[in-house]
Each structure stands twice: as structure tokens, then as C-alpha cells.
Design a protein around this ligand. Structure first.
Ligand code: AVJ
Length: 321
């Protein structure tokens, strides 16, 4: 008998919603209330994230893009010809275009993202812009692992993991994910990863708490999403976005703070928020090049080449398994 959909790697909408509900209820029941940052990216959240990437204060996107443009030939040579490119957290695949434009005999591009509609519409656009490349989107939470299509299992795999998304994970979880990547690209392929570097805390705070309030809207959209999808009654106006820099851990921490004491229902379950109580929604760890190379070494990856911008705000690093 055929396997249920979920066993084939495609969870149904109902299963996704049940998991979302369970994660939200579990996260808000903790002493330090928390919500997983992967839930930022519904259709509206993906749009807001694209707006963040265009903010003057959000330096990572344009800095990483410039590094890709300035070093396109060297990066292309590292990846080599005939490569299959697997992108973790591909979003709108904007930076990937710099690679697709520079790779020789590229056979396939496999964007992996949790935001299904956004992923599939991006894939359609890429198909018409790059008709010679096989575009094979996979809807998945890449931290949970996923299978590559049969056809590419013997090709050299380059995992592309831009945007410093790795920074969302605490270092121990980052090592685990890098280990999975190392097994996926094995000895013929490699990892090309974008890593945000530690810097003046004020530059970081400006990037994660912008004047226009786009990051605040992005963060608070999570409450709107919970209201919409999980029959909740968050009064979003009574919550605010907070970003702090934790110097001990070299990371930005993002919270949603309750402005008053209030009670919120999520379906049948009620939660009380004290005035000033915070929900942790995201970590964004910052590294230095040597520290990140040491972390990756714990996962069996060795650094081949590192490209940075003149201000050393950001690094693009190539590793081999
Ligand atoms: C997508 C995880 C790389 O940490 O900079 C941007 C997300 N959050 N502004 C980051 C984010 C708030 C972003 N990453």
C-alpha cells in the first residue's frame, strides 16, 4: 500500500498546522516563553524579510551580495563545473543569481525552504530565467534533514547556505547541522556559507531595530500569524519588538515584549503575560572567521577559502568535507 504523504516528505497542510499549534503551545508554556524563528516566514513574513534586506541599516544582505559579485570568478572556480547546487533556506534566491550566472555546466539548482508558496513562485521565475538549469524546489525544514532527488545522488553537491541563517542556531546545534551538510556534500562537493561577523554593537542594534519599524513588523507578524492560523486573540498593539546584543554570547537576541499585563487565548488554552515579560523569537549569532572555522572543523569541514568585504562585516567561506 502507498505510504502516507508525510512519509514521502510532503506533510499535509493539516499536519503542518497541528505541528505549528503544538510548537506554539509548548513554547509559550516555558518559563522563558519562546517561539521558533522558522515560523516568521509565512507569505507576509517572507515579504517583510525581503523588505528588511533592502534597508540601509540591514548591512548583511548588500554586503554579502557585494562579496559574491566581487569574487564571482573565484567562487565559481571553487564550486567547479557540473555541480548541483543545494540551497538551504533559499527564500527569494536573490543572491543565488550571482552564482547561477557564473557557474559552468551547472546541471541543477535545488532550493530548499519552509515557505512553500514563496519557494514555488520563486522556482517558476528561475525556470524561465535559467532554462538550461534543472530547478528542483524542495519544501522542507532543512534542520530536520531531507532527501535529494535520486538523479543527483552521484553528482558533486555544493551546499549553498547564505544570509548567515546559520546564526539562528546556537553553536552546538550549528555543529550538528554542519555535520549533516558535511555528509550531504561528502568528499566531491563542498559548502559555501555566509557568516555574519561580530562588530560594533551599535551597528548590530541598528540592523535589528530599524528606524522604519520593518523589523518590528516582521517580528510582530508572528503574533498576527498565530491569530490567523491558530484562532488566537493576541492584541498585537499591546506588544512591542525588542532587540538586544548579548556580548557574552556574541549574539543579537530578538524578543516580543508585553507592554501590559494581559491574557491571551490560543484556541482553548490561555496564557498570562506580565507587563514587561518577553517571548524570545530569534537568536542571530555573530562570529569571527577563525571561530567559525573552528566550529565547522568540529563537524568535519575544513576551510578552503574566505572572502570578506573591506570593513570585515561579513564573510563568505568555502569548506570541504
Ligand atoms: C535570516 C536569520 C539571517 O539573523 O539577520 C533579520 C533574520 N531577523 N532581521 C538575521 C533577521 C531580523 C536574519 N536571518
Amino acid at each position: 500500500s502507498p505510504l502516507p504523504q508525510s512519509k514521502l516528505g510532503t506533510a499535509t497542510a493539516d499536519e503542518n498546522e497541528a505541528e505549528f499549534r503544538q510548537d506554539v503551545l509548548t513554547g509559550l508554556s516555558k518559563k522563558q516563553k519562546q517561539l521558533h524563528c522558522k515560523y516568521f516566514y509565512d507569505e507576509r513574513g517572507s515579504q517583510l524579510f525581503d523588505q528588511i534586506c533592502q534597508l540601509d541599516s540591514y548591512y548583511p544582505t548588500r554586503t554579502e551580495s557585494q562579496i559574491m559579485v566581487d569574487n564571482a570568478d573565484a567562487i565559481g572556480q571553487r564550486i567547479g563545473s557540473g555541480a548541483v547546487l543545494v540551497e538551504y533556506g533559499s527564500g527569494s534566491s536573490t543572491k543565488t543569481r550571482h552564482l547561477l550566472d557564473h557557474l559552468e555546466n551547472q546541471i541543477a539548482y535545488i532550493p530548499v525552504d519552509i515557505s512553500e508558496d514563496h519557494l514555488l513562485s520563486t522556482a517558476e521565475t528561475l525556470r524561465s530565467d535559467y532554462p538550461h538549469i534543472d530547478i528542483h524546489p524542495i519544501v522542507a525544514d532543512f534542520t530536520q534533514g531531507f532527501e535529494l532527488p535520486e538523479a543527483y545522488r552521484s553528482s558533486p553537491i555544493t551546499v549553498y547556505f547564505p544570509g548567515s541563517t546559520i546564526g539562528n542556531l546556537e553553536p552546538s546545534a550549528a555543529v550538528q547541522l554542519l555535520g549533516m551538510i558535511s555528509r550531504q556534500c561528502d568528499s566531491h562537493g563542498g559548502l559555501l556559507i555566509g557568516v555574519d561577523l561580530d562588530k560594533d554593537p551599535q551597528v548590530l542594534l541598528d540592523a535589528y531595530d530599524d528606524e522604519l519599524g520593518v523589523t518590528a513588523a516582521f517580528n510582530l507578524n508572528l503574533l498576527h500569524r498565530i491569530n490567523r492560523q491558530l484562532d488566537a486573540d493576541f492584541q498585537v498593539d499591546h506588544f512591542k519588538h525588542v532587540a538586544i546584543y548579548n556580548a557574552q554570547q556574541s549574539r543579537i537576541e530578538i524578543y516580543i515584549e508585553s507592554c501590559i499585563e494581559q491574557r491571551v487565548a490560543i484556541g482553548e488554552t490561555a496564557f498570562v503575560f506580565q507587563r514587561g515579560e518577553r517571548i524570545l523569537t530569534e537568536y542571530s549569532h555573530k562570529y569571527d572567521v577563525g571561530g567559525f572555522a573552528a566550529l565547522a572543523a568540529q563537524a568535519g569541514l575544513s576551510v578552503d577559502e574566505v572572502w570578506t568585504d573591506p570593513a570585515t562585516y561579513f564573510a563568505v567561506m568555502h569548506f570541504s568535507a
